[in-house]
Design a protein around this ligand. Structure first.
Ligand code: ADP
Ligand code: MG
Length: 255
């Protein structure tokens, strides 16, 4: 049995009357890419921020690489990398300086930092821009730099919030390949998306979240069975799982 690297149990976040995430429970194992699929406002970012320790849950627990995120935040963070929905980088640093800074944060030794920076810049096709400041980068380049920063310490767990939004197809493909390589080497990759096709193409298992609640988890085949739609696409599964009352959400998700 593979290792459970992300474990959420009844994670709940309330904002006054509003319940942004309700009893969210799932496991993500080493070696898999897990997709967290749901329409805008479903609770994906809220859940992710609780997993990475940026948001305190109202109730429930989350463990990352075996560490309780509330009680052992540093150990959980040392084992994981996080790519937020909008890149949040030190704009006045060059790409290379940014990655060196991140390497220092993770207490990596200098030769490893230098080797890792060169490797990541090459893989992510950022070498030519490495000595330009981050604020001169395009949105796509900033997203790739954000991924490079999350990968510096070769984390066991990688968490990405809508990683392909605004990316050109070539960069999206590049990121897809990198995530697959991470999983093949035993890492757990967790990504959120509001796009069915991305979940279907990139992920081994998918959890569908709607209005703060996880309504189905499984492989495509399992979701197909769950949706009792035979060989239908995930779009049909989503439709059959949520029913007609969710038309607005579905229209959103199908955009
Ligand atoms: N700080 C906040 N205060 C109040 N409501 C919030 C806050 N953050 C998120 N929400 C609400 O929680 C719900 C889930 O948001 P979010 O997790 O960002 O969804 P997603 O990432 O799936 O689009 C939304 O209805 C959103 O408006
Ligand atoms: Mg979001």
């Amino acid at each position: 049995m593979s290792t459970t690297l992300i474990e959420t149990r009844n994670l709940t976040k309330r904002y006054g009357e509003k319940v942004a995430a309700k009893d969210v429970s799932f496991d993500v194992h080493g070696g898999e890419i897990f997709g967290f699929l749901g329409p805008n406002g479903a609770g994906k970012t809220t859940t992710i921020k609780m997993i990475v320790g940026l948001l305190q849950p109202t109730s429930g627990t989350v463990r990352v690489a075996g560490h309780d995120v509330q009680r052992e935040p540093l150990l959980a963070k040392a084992a994981s990398g996080y790519v937020p929905d909008t890149p949040n980088l030190y704009a006045k640093l060059t790409g290379r300086e940014l990655l060196r800074f991140v390497g220092d944060l993770y207490d990596m030794d200098r030769p490893t930092v230098t080797r890792r920076i060169d490797e990541l810049l090459r893989i992510l096709d950022l070498t030519a821009a490495a000595d330009d400041t981050v604020d001169s980068f395009s949105h796509g380049m900033q997203q790739k730099a954000s991924l490079a920063a999350a990968l510096m310490h070769d984390p066991q767990v990688l968490i990405l919030d809508e990683p392909t939004v605004g990316l050109d197809p070539k960069s999206a493909r590049l990121i897809k390949d990198i995530l697959r390589q991470m999983a093949d080497r035993g890492a757990a990759v967790f990504l959120s998306t509001h796009i069915l096709e991305i979940a279907e193409r990139m992920c081994d298992r998918i959890g569908i979240i709607n209005r703060g609640e996880v309504i189905a988890i499984g492989t495509m085949d399992e979701l197909r069975t769950l949706g009792q739609t035979g060989g239908a696409s995930l779009e049909d599964i989503f439709l059959s799982l949520t029913g007609g009352a969710e038309e607005a959400a579905i229209a959103e998700i199908l955009k």
